[in-house]
Structures are given as structure tokens and as C-alpha cells.
Design a protein around this ligand. Structure first.
Ligand code: BGC
Length: 760
């Protein structure tokens, strides 16, 4: 029996059929999916989910004491059905936490860990064993449809944020699944997109964050991605799932496919993709036949079974935990609200328009009345309520112009009533935006007379299954007109204008930012968003978030814009039903390691707002910068004193970048190697921050020797308030090159990739 005897004895007692059963999941019984749309499953698997709305579960083997464990989405809150069997007397709502992009903008791993603790409690109290999150792919291009689920364009931030939330969630005794492993940076033809990428870019950019998360936090599971890398599905790639993930990084849990991901279950098992989700009859039969024919070895089968059983042993279900179905949603809402405010980024604050001084706010823009809490698809959360910005402002003591709020209320209700009846698919995909309400000159004139200030909210939503379009990056004509007209009217009346961005991914700001006085980037802030935004606007919370992603001036400034998201392979056709497949396509990552700020800062392309940027209501001074030595002998310490020089309390995010010699290897102008956030410093208060630099921080991946190498020469350390606002710097010398780590040859593309290069 599992738990009574060692796992190896349980494995030895299992029949081949039982082992295969464990490798192929079940569930995903979603009401409303038309018959025949999903692949066939065994008749005995057609039973209701244990937790309604969960994404699936594993098979039980009762004679050996192996229970069925449940997995559920997703990255910003537990995604389950809020109401079961049409009985609304008992509800199962979950907290919508702020999206990953917002959490990363806090640059505060302790905060993100606390979010994880609250989040994991809900996972456990709803009877779920493994949460299918966090998502942690690199935000390679602003249009990536799932960017909101992910943290950053930078792997150090992504890895550390993922590690923090995994630790928080797993501290409850439930598991996580870091996803989607790996290079799943677009939604375009996502189950058939072949990504060509160099070994170096793979190691330094796309794998690095996962490596940090695995080594720091040991997630119970990893989810392989839908795409192919250099010609092989990630879920069928042994280099990736066994050589790198297990052997090099020491991953101890199990790997599951993304839902119906990959093509060949036998290749998946042999690659070390332990679990097929949500599992089909075809996969079961194929794996059984392969075990019998020897195409899958007994050793591989037993290894996969062992990985799964080792995780099952830790689950609440195995431990017979009596979950309550009553997590403390009120307490978690406060965690969500706090985190939301901590990750908002103040982009502009001309004449200190913020914190808002007046009391009468004219609130413009649909999103002011209809907050977007998070993205769509499996990343969405069924929450009990949403605090709109309108409500949040009122809760915070502002009075919101009633004429405007009544007009917007009526306008939005009418527009919603005219929308087509939602279908299964439309509910999963991002809803089409409602056009902004037209504003007449008379309204603008009278409102600017009646109010102290204008707040304009601009919103964006995207999600699984589709990337955004350049039109979604740019503001529409109507939105630009709204900004123009409101600004002209309010400025003519001597009043100020603030824009609140309620978005999940990067948008264009350069063409309109000079027209307004303040810009607060509120991201998609979860169910308490309106209260959190109002707390920042009011000055109850001093904004301390900074960008973990670059805001380019125009979309075409992004190095991979011309090829994103990829193109179909010649001679192929798109499937009639996009839900049932994808057209074989490919994309080549010719931006190599020059992703995000690594590109902008190296190639001198000025962004609208650079990576690491964010303002505060106070000012900080940087002093007493010191490096422990000017010679590198395995380790260095950098210290800096940060002082609050302004009039209100605040926190500062401090970033450490390194510029390397770049004589033998291409290197970005500088790379983030460390970051820290001060505690809340009162005016005049100071905090000493310490950063440790190890050899690994100097190294790059050298493909010819398959190793991480640091070249000899002079290195520069930069302490910045952003990636370009460098406050202090120093240098040190590395006398001899260091080979930090030798790794295996893995994931090599079949031919060279013509990557962009930095002029020497
Ligand atoms: C998504 C995953 C998700 C899974 C289960 C897939 O379509 O890509 O992120 O966890 O569905 O819902």
C-alpha cells in the first residue's frame, strides 16, 4: 500500500496496466462541450470531476491505496466552477489575485510569496492537490496573448518571482506546475508552432527562469508546452525533460503535458514526460503496446510511475485532508488588494498631480466602470465580485461625477445587452471590446467645470488561444480622441488629467503621454483592483512598482516584431475548426539573447519607458556605494545606501546590472543580476542594501564548449533606479576566464541561426 511500503515496493506490486493508468490522466469533463469534439476516453472515466471546474485528475488505484488527485488552473487564482448543479445556496468562488505581470512589477519576492501562501490555501481548501501555475514564459513580444500570465521579459525576474510564488503556494502542502516548459512565447498555432532557437538563447533567456524556479523552489510538477523546439515537441524531448530538467537541475517531481499537447505518447514517455493530460484512450493503448513491445523500457515506465507516486504521497488527498470548501476569501481579498497596489507603476506625474488633491473626479472610459481583473482563458478566475475603479474611488472618499457614471452605466448595460449570447468558446476567449462612449463637447465642458480632475481609464484584455494584434498595442482612434478631448477640455478649465492603464500587456504610450499629467499603470489588478488603484491615487499607498518589461515607442521597435508570431509552413492548410488543431507553422528567434531591454539598451533604441522604470511620490538618494574588491576571486559584495529624501514614506526598488567585457562573446550592454526593494522608508530614513555577485553572474553560455563561461577582463557594476537610470557604478577585474559549469549538448538546432549581432 502506498504510504505503508516504500514507493519502489508499490511500483513492483503494480501491473503494467495499472502503471499505464497512472501515466494517463482523466477528467476535463466540461459541461457544454459538444460530443465528438474531444478525443475518446475510457467509459469508466466519464464521471463528474471531484472538484467541479477543475482541469482534470489522475487515476486512482484503490487496491494499492493510490487516490485520485486533482489539478486545477491557474496562475492568478483557483479556476473552478463557482456554482455546482445550479445550486447557488453554496458557492465556490476564488480570489482573483493580480496577474503575474503586476506581481513581477512589485520586484518584491516576499510579497509574492505571501500572495502564494493565500493562494495555496484556497487550492487546498477547495480540495485541489496541484495548481496549474505559475505561468512563467518570457514576454518576448508585447503581443503575446498570455503575457499577462507571465512575469517579465527577463529570466532573473521570472525565475525569482516564480520561485517565490511556488514556495508560498507549496507551503500549504499543495503542489504547483510551472508552465509552459519551454519557449511558448506566442499563442499562434500554438500546438503546431516550431520554434527555431539557438542553444545560447535557449539557455540564457528561455530556460534560465525555469532553472531558477526549479533550483530554488522545487515545484512538485512542471508542465511541458504545446510548441516544438528545433523540430521536436517539448513534451517529446528527452534533452529537455530528462537531461536538462532532471539531470542538470535536479528536478524531483513529475512532468505533465499541456492539455492534449504533443503527438506521440510513446515518445513522451520516453522523453520523461511522466503524465499525459487530460489523457485519451489512444494514448493508453499506444503506451501499453509500447511497453509490451519493448519500445518503452520497464526502467523508463517505472521511473515515470515513481515520479508520480512520490508527488501523490505529499498531496492533501493522499493525506485524507478534510477540505472545508470555505477558504477565508475576505482575508485573501486583502492580500490581493495589498499586492495589487504594490505592483502598480507610476509612469508619469507632472507637477505632482498625484496623489490627487481634489475630491470630485470625472471618470472617463469604459474600464473605469468595468475593471478588467485579469486575462481570459485558463488564466481567468471565477470571483465573487469586482471592485471597479468607480467604486474604489468612492470607497476612498472621492465623489465620482454622477452624470458621467450614470451615462456610462446605461451605455455599458445597453452595449452588453446587444452582445451575442455567450458560447463555450466565446466565454473562454477574450471578449471583443465595447467601443468607447462618445463624448460631446457640451458634456466635456460641463464636466470639466463640475469636477476637480479627470481620470481616464484605458483597458485591454487578451488570453489563451490568440495573440494580440498591433491594433491592440496601439490605442484606437476613439481612445486617442477621448484622451485629446478630455485633456483639452480639462486643461482649458485649469484642471489636470490622469490616465489609468488597466492592461495585461504592453501598449503604445509615446504618442499621447505628453497630453496628460499623470499615468498610473495599474495592470490587471485582481478583484480588489478599484480599491487598490484608488489607494495609490489618493496617496494611501505610495507607488513602488517598476517595469519588468520594456514599453517601446512603437511596436516595430521590438526586435522580433517583423517575424512575430511566425508563419505557416508552405503547402499546409489551416484546420477547419481551430479548436481541433493548428496549421503547422514556424518561427525563428533571430533576436537571440537580445530580448527586451537587452536589445533596446545594446542597440540604442530608446523606449517610451525603459525596463526597471517607475516613479514614486518621494525621492531617493543613493550613496556609500562600495564593492568588496576590485578583483574577482569567486565572489564579490556590492553595497549601497538608499535614503528617502522626500516628504512621504516610500519604498525603492534597486537594480544591479553588470556590463561584461564582450571581447570573445557577444554580450548585452548590461544585464540584470540582482534586485532588492527597501522596506517602507520614512522621510530621512535610510537602508543599506547588499548584493552578492558570484561567478555564475558573470558567465554566458558558450555553445562551442557547452559550458557557462566568464571571460577575463574588466566588468562594470551598475546600481540603477532603472536599466538606464544608473545611480552608482564601479568596476572589477577578472584575471583569468572561468568555466562555471559544463553542461550537456542539448536542444541544438539542425543548422545555424542567423542572429542579430552587436557591433564591437
Ligand atoms: C493551457 C494550460 C492549462 C490547461 C488546463 C491549456 O489549454 O495551455 O495553461 O493549464 O489548458 O486548463
Amino acid at each position: 500500500m502506498l504510504g505503508k511500503s516504500p514507493v519502489k515496493d508499490v511500483v513492483a506490486a503494480m501491473t503494467i496496466e495499472e502503471k499505464v493508468k497512472l501515466l494517463v490522466g482523466m477528467g476535463f469533463n466540461i459541461e457544454g462541450i459538444p460530443a465528438g469534439m474531444l478525443p475518446p476516453v475510457a467509459p469508466e472515466d466519464k464521471i463528474p470531476e471531484k472538484v467541479a471546474g477543475a482541469a482534470g485528475r489522475l487515476h486512482a488505484i484503490p487496491r494499492l491505496g493510490i487516490p485520485t488527485i486533482t489539478v486545477a488552473d491557474g496562475p492568478a487564482g483557483v479556476r473552478i466552477n463557482p456554482i455546482r448543479h445550479k445550486d447557488s445556496t453554496k458557492t465556490y468562488y476564488a480570489t482573483a489575485f493580480p496577474v503575474g505581470t503586476l506581481l513581477a512589477s512589485s520586484w518584491d519576492t516576499a510579497l509574492v510569496r505571501r500572495v502564494g501562501m493565500a493562494f495555496g490555501h484556497e487550492v487546498k481548501e477547495y480540495g485541489v492537490d496541484v495548481l496549474l501555475g505559475p505561468g512563467m514564459n518570457i514576454q518576448r513580444n508585447p503581443l503575446g496573448g498570455r503575457n499577462f500570465e507571465y512575469f517579465s521579459e527577463d529570466p532573473i525576474i521570472s525565475g525569482n518571482m516564480a520561485a517565490a510564488i511556488v514556495k508560498g503556494i507549496q507551503s500549504n502542502g499543495v503542489g504547483t506546475s510551472i508552465k509552459h516548459f519551454v519557449a511558448n512565447n506566442a499563442e499562434y498555432n500554438r500546438t503546431a508552432l516550431n520554434t527555431f532557437v539557438s542553444e545560447r538563447a535557449m539557455r540564457e533567456i528561455y530556460l534560465k527562469g525555469f532553472e531558477i524556479a526549479v533550483k530554488k523552489a522545487q515545484p512538485w510538477t512542471v508542465m511541458s508546452s504545446y510548441n516544438l523546439v528545433n523540430g521536436t515537441y517539448t513534451s517529446q524531448n528527452r534533452d529537455l525533460l530528462t537531461t536538462i530538467l532532471r539531470n542538470e537541475w535536479g528536478f524531483k517531481g513529475f512532468v505533465m503535458t499541456d492539455w492534449f499537447g504533443g503527438k506521440d505518447a510513446v515518445a513522451q514517455v520516453n522523453a520523461g514526460n511522466d503524465l499525459m493530460m487530460p489523457g485519451t484512450l489512444t494514448q493508453t493503448n499506444a503506451i501499453l503496446a509500447a511497453v509490451k513491445s519493448g519500445a518503452i523500457s520497464k526502467a523508463q515506465l517505472d521511473a515515470d510511475v515513481t515520479h508520480i507516486l512520490t508527488v501523490i504521497l505529499q498531496t492533501p488527498t493522499f493525506k485524507n485532508y478534510k477540505y472545508s470548501d470555505k477558504p477565508n476569501l475576505a482575508a485573501d481579498a486583502m492580500v490581493s488588494r495589498t499586492a495589487a497596489a504594490e505592483g502598480m507603476v507610476l509612469l508619469k506625474n507632472k507637477y505632482n498631480v498625484l496623489p490627487l488633491s481634489g475630491t470630485n473626479v470625472a471618470l472617463f472610459g469604459n474600464n473605469g466602470y468595468n475593471l478588467i481583473t485579469g486575462g481570459s482563458g485558463s488564466g481567468m478566475v471565477n470571483k465573487a465580485y469586482v471592485i471597479s475603479l468607480n467604486k474604489g474611488l468612492q470607497n476612498s472618499g472621492y465623489s465620482v461625477d454622477p452624470l458621467l457614471s450614470d451615462s456610462y452605466g446605461a451605455y455599458l448595460a445597453d452595449a452588453k445587452s446587444k452582445m451575442p449570447k455567450p458560447t463555450m468558446l466565446s466565454m473562454f476567449m477574450a471578449p471583443p471590446p465595447i467601443a468607447e462612449m462618445p463624448l460631446t463637447p457640451e458634456i466635456l465642458k460641463s464636466r470639466s467645470a463640475a469636477s476637480d480632475v479627470a481620470v481616464i481609464s484605458i483597458g485591454r484584455i487578451a488570453g489563451e488561444g490568440a495573440d494580440r494584434k498591433p491594433d491592440d498595442f496601439n490605442l484606437s482612434r476613439v481612445e486617442l480622441d477621448m484622451i485629446d478631448n478630455v485633456s483639452n477640455a480639462f486643461h482649458a478649465a485649469g484642471k489636470k488629467v490622469v490616465v489609468v492603464l488597466n492592461i495585461g500587456g504592453v501598449i503604445e504610450t509615446a504618442s499621447w503621454r505628453d497630453k496628460v499629467d499623470g499615468i498610473l499603470l495599474a495592470w490587471q489588478p485582481g478583484l480588489e483592483g478599484g480599491n487598490a488603484i484608488a489607494n495609490v491615487l489618493r496617496g494611501k499607498v505610495n507607488p513602488s512598482g517598476k517595469l519588468a518589461v520594456t514599453f517601446p515607442v512603437k511596436y516595430m521597435d521590438v526586435p522580433n516584431a517583423k517575424d512575430f508570431p511566425g508563419k505557416p509552413l508552405p503547402g499546409t492548410t489551416a484546420p477547419a475548426n481551430p479548436m481541433l488543431g493548428a496549421q503547422p507553422s514556424e518561427v525563428t528567434y533571430d533576436d537571440g539573447i537580445f530580448v527586451g531591454y537587452r536589445y533596446f539598451n545594446t542597440f540604442n533604441v530608446k523606449p517610451a519607458f525603459e525596463f526597471g522604470y517607475g516613479m514614486s511620490y518621494t525621492d531617493f538618494g543613493y550613496s556609500k556605494f562600495a564593492l568588496s574588491s576590485n578583483k574577482f576571486n569567486g565572489r564579490l559584495t556590492a553595497t549601497v545606501l538608499v535614503t528617502n529624501k522626500g516628504k512621504v514614506a516610500g519604498k525603492e526598488v534597486v537594480q544591479l546590472y553588470i556590463s561584461a567585457p564582450s571581447k570573445m562573446m557577444q554580450k548585452p550592454e548590461s544585464e540584470l543580476k540582482g534586485f532588492a526593494k527597501t522596506r517602507l522608508l520614512k522621510p530621512g530614513e535610510a537602508q543599506l542594501l547588499t548584493f552578492i555577485i558570484s561567478a555564475a553572474d558573470l558567465a554566458s553560455f558558450d555553445t562551442s564548449s557547452e559550458s557557462w563561461m566568464a571571460e577575463a577582463g574588466d566588468y562594470k557594476i551598475k546600481i540603477g533606479a532603472s536599466s538606464t537610470d544608473i545611480k552608482k557604478d564601479g568596476s572589477f577585474n577578472l584575471a583569468k576566464p572561468i568555466t562555471v559549469e559544463h553542461v550537456h549538448k542539448a536542444l541544438a538546432p539542425s543548422g545555424p541561426i542567423n542572429e542579430i549581432v552587436r557591433a564591437q
